[in-house]
Design a protein around this ligand. Structure first.
Ligand code: SF4
Ligand code: SF4
Length: 102
């Protein structure tokens, strides 16, 4: 597994539509993702604002991509965000799209 530093990357937060079951938003009991940072995708899905159309950049991503970034809602991010792992297919695809070493 590569030792890429996510805080010096952020590519996966600026490549894909970040969608998840609507009840992960905090207007549902037990939901954590701030609903104001999301938008509807379908009756059962929401996504992070900024990721529904290109150019993609999640509204919660702070900083300069590829240099120094942070997720402003890190402890409250969705299961979709948590699933991406350093070095996996999604990660490599995102980094390649942003010209970062893979
Ligand atoms: S693309 Fe990979 S290295 Fe970059 S922030 Fe996402 S998981 Fe971390
Ligand atoms: S919520 Fe955070 S981890 Fe998820 S895509 Fe946005 S910036 Fe990245």
């Amino acid at each position: 597994m590569p030792d890429w530093d996510c805080q010096a990357c952020g590519a996966c937060c600026a490549t894909f539509r970040v969608s998840f079951y609507w009840a992960e938003a905090d207007d549902a009991p037990g939901g954590t993702v701030p609903v104001a940072l999301t938008q509807p995708v379908s009756p059962t899905l929401r996504c992070m604002v900024g990721t529904a159309a290109k150019p993609v950049r999640c509204v919660a991503l702070e900083g300069e991509l590829g240099r120094h970034v942070a997720c402003s809602i890190h402890p409250r991010r969705s299961s979709t965000c948590r699933e991406v792992q350093v070095g996996d297919e999604q990660c490599r695809k995102a980094r390649a799209q942003h010209g970062l070493p893979v």
